[in-house]
Design a protein around this ligand. Structure first.
Ligand SMILES: Nc1ncnc2c1ncn2[C@@H]1O[C@H](COP(=O)(O)OP(=O)(O)OP(=O)(O)O)[C@@H](O)[C@H]1O
Ligand SMILES: [Mg+2]
Length: 511
């Protein structure tokens, strides 16, 4: 059998946890091999072992049949193994080219030969259809393009085996489509791929085989054509999973959020929210559907006080909250599950306990007379961890050591637990496994049923269609249509999001 990579009986421990317990994964040449498992199952750990970032306690790795010791990522590179990480590892104020060649710069009389570097990058990027702008700074390009830079980086180093750790979690549907094409090109050019993803549809669409792990243990490897999404979900979670959330008719009450004629500029000073009107009532979930970059991020930042509103008004339960600082907005009764969990969600070097009280530590009972009540803080953390099934060795563990999906569950738990009148959920299930998604959907509906207002922003149209009582379509910075989810389809939503209008052509505003 032609295996390019064999990981045999791998064991990797961390303090208090066995992350990989006797796992075996064999990659055939020219295949796309999915690695599937719940949040915290040990997928990233196993791939970090293969990439030389962690040393296993037990087990053997073979590359093209030869036993190897991958003691650091440079050795992985030399063996032709490249990795595109779950959280990108690029330098923000370097250009695309500088990032790609970093540590492997072509030299001419002791100096970096930039001309040669640019030419090489250009060649690889054309060969694999990876469009990038070589001179742009990382900070100025889209997430999709940053990912292409990560891929180019591995190819520039000569990778034949490419590990993708949840590459599609951060991408828009359009970008996912492009990435799938790129992966197919890579295979045609003789590469082999290991793909970690929680999206079962993607596995069915592009993968040849899939290895399933659960709680650190290998469950088995299947041919994708012999299985389906229900079996895969069952294997990884250990029970049946409902793919559509059940909910009863909503009973919307008074307006909780009321936005009138809002104007907001983005970081480059361009007006991206332009005269937006929207309201969310108590006891309803309003979903915002839109193509990325139509002002949805800036809208949320304006509501939560992270960005200045140029004009217009934002009211919460009738009270003007326009221009308040983030803490004041929080105190007024707004919860926020942010799109970027590392930037606004968690302080990675704080413990999970500290992160759970990041907005409330100065209030009773977390503080008394200006002194932190550590006992109360960790009691609160324990209750959120158990309520939301955050898989962590303890509440004293640093947030950084949690798996990506468990970091996300911790943030969602903290925000729902504060029981805000308005809960803003931006891409709430990004990076979550199917079982966790089912659970979080239930909790969002439960908030609605308790009379809270929920504003949901998501690129997953099934999520929007499934959860929302009303769908607000955002296009070029304004809500152009309010749609009843029961009376629409993904296709119709797609068209509206692309700017086509329903029958009411000619009207200025539909809100
Ligand atoms: N550097 C570390 N230090 C301590 N514990 C760690 C470290 N990295 C991972 N872990 C633990 O190992 C386990 C497996 O984590 P891993 O990141 O491999 O999960 P995963 O399958 O990639 O999950 P997700 O789908 O959420 O990304 C988790 O319990 C995690 O908390
Ligand atoms: Mg992971």
């Amino acid at each position: 059998m032609d295996f390019v990579i064999e990981m045999l009986n791998i064991r990797k421990e961390f303090p208090g946890i066995v992350a990989n317990d006797n796992i075996t994964l064999q990659l055939k040449k020219g295949e796309i091999h999915a690695l599937l498992g719940e949040n915290g199952a040990g997928k990233s750990t196993l791939m970090n072992v293969l990439f030389g970032l962690y040393q296993p306690e037990k087990g053997e790795i073979r590359v093209n049949g030869t036993k190897v010791h991958i003691s650091n990522p440079n050795i992985a590179n030399e063996l032709g193994i490249g990795m595109v990480h779950q959280h990108f590892m690029l330098i923000d104020n370097f250009t695309v080219t500088e990032n790609i060649i970093l540590g492997k710069e072509p030299k001419k009389s002791g100096m970096i030969d930039m001309k040669k570097a640019e030419k090489e990058v250009q060649e690889i990027s054309e060969k694999y259809g990876l469009k990038v702008d070589p001179h742009s700074k990382i900070a100025d390009i889209s997430v999709g393009m940053q990912q292409r830079v990560e891929i180019l980086k591995t190819l520039y180093r000569g990778a034949d085996i490419i590990i993708f750790d949840e590459p599609t979690a951060v991408l828009t549907p359009q970008e996912i489509h492009e990435l799938i094409e790129i992966m197919r090109t890579l295979i045609k050019e003789g590469k082999s791929i290991i793909l970690i993803t929680h999206k079962l549809k993607e596995i069915m669409e592009v993968c040849d085989r899939v290895t399933v792990i659960r709680k650190g243990k290998g469950i088995g490897t299947l041919n994708v054509r012999d299985t389906d999404t229900h079996e895969l979900a069952n294997l990884m979670v250990g029970r049946d999973v409902l793919f559509t959330a059940e909910k009863t008719e909503g009973h919307p009450g008074r307006r909780v959020l009321d936005i009138e004629n809002l104007f907001v500029k983005d970081s480059r000073g361009v007006q991206v929210v332009k005269g937006l009107n929207l309201d969310v009532k108590a006891g309803e979930i309003v979903g915002i559907a839109g193509v990325d970059g139509n002002g949805q991020s800036e809208l949320i930042e304006a509501i939560t006080g992270l960005r200045k509103a140029e004009n217009g008004g934002i009211r919460l339960k009738g009270k003007d909250i326009t221009g308040l600082r983030p803490r004041q907005v929080t105190e007024a009764g707004v919860g926020h599950i942010p799109e970027d969990r590392h930037k606004y969600g968690l302080v990675l070097d704080y413990t999970i306990g500290e992160n759970m009280v990041i907005q409330t530590y100065y209030q009773k009972p977390m503080s008394k007379n200006g002194i932190l009540n550590v006992k109360e803080i960790y009691k609160k953390a324990r209750s959120i961890i158990s309520d939301f099934d955050v898989r962590t060795p303890s509440e004293y563990t640093k947030a950084r050591s949690l798996s990506g999906g468990n970091q996300q569950k911790a943030i969602i738990g903290r925000e729902i637990d504060r029981d805000p009148d308005l809960l803003i959920a931006a891409q709430p299930t990004r990076g979550l496994d199917v079982g966790a998604i089912e659970f979080i959907h239930k909790r969002l509906i439960e908030q609605r049923d308790r009379g809270k207002a929920v504003l949901l922003v998501s690129f997953e149209l099934d999520e929007i269609l499934n959860l929302s009582d009303r769908i607000a379509v955002i296009y070029e910075g304004a809500i152009v249509e309010i749609v009843d989810p029961k009376q629409t389809t993904e296709q119709e939503l797609g068209l509206l999001m692309a700017g086509s209008r329903k029958e009411k052509a000619g009207e200025q505003s539909h809100v």
